[in-house]
Design a protein around this ligand. Structure first.
Ligand code: HEM
Length: 153
């Protein structure tokens, strides 16, 4: 089985990023502030690498449409939109978390940190599922522009 190189690297980046967030959370529970910050920054760098690969693929190559049976295409599409929504919300929350941490607005940061982390975990899990459905369980359909890939036309 041959897997496409760029989606494999970018999906791995989200998963690695989520693992770093989990480590960062456990560090702050042990009150290790400096290490918490470094690990969360590393998580952010992996998320950024994911985004750069994903965005350049979208712009220069296009996105891949679902290649599985028509009967489950609608479920794939709904799931994909759910994943994209989580990723977008996670990115915004992530930037706010980095900012409030950096600015030492800890009472706010402490409230939103766990929420941000959970959204990011769900982004990674749903991202793996999208990847499996698109490239492992079924062969990817044609690679086309973003809007067409989402709508599956
Ligand atoms: C510049 C980066 C960051 C710094 C300097 C920083 C700093 C801190 C500090 C000092 C605390 C303890 C606050 C307190 O107990 O009063 C904290 C808590 C926390 N932060 Fe961060 N943080 C950063 C980035 C992030 C990011 C990006 C996330 C999530 C993705 C995050 C998630 C959390 C979580 C889950 C807690 C624990 C809340 C709790 O259970 O009490 N942090 N952070």
């Amino acid at each position: 089985m041959s897997l496409p190189i760029l989606p494999t690297i970018s999906t791995s980046c989200i998963v690695i990023s989520a693992i770093f967030v989990a480590i960062g959370w456990s560090l702050i529970r042990q009150r290790k502030i400096e290490q918490h910050m470094k690990v969360m920054l590393t998580a952010a760098i992996f998320a950024l690498v994911f985004f750069i690969i994903y965005a350049s693929r979208t712009i220069f190559i296009g996105n891949t449409s679902f290649g599985g049976p028509d009967s489950i295409k609608i479920f794939y599409t709904i799931f994909l939109i759910f994943h994209i929504t989580l990723a977008t919300v996670g990115a915004v929350l992530g930037i706010i978390s980095l900012w409030t941490g950096y600015k030492q607005r800890y009472s706010f940061h402490r409230k939103m940190g766990p929420f941000t982390s959970i959204v990011w975990f769900l982004t990674a899990i749903t991202g793996i599922v999208v990847y499996l459905l698109l490239y492992v369980f079924y062969h990817g359909g044609e690679t086309t522009s973003m809007i067409k890939a989402i709508l599956g036309t």
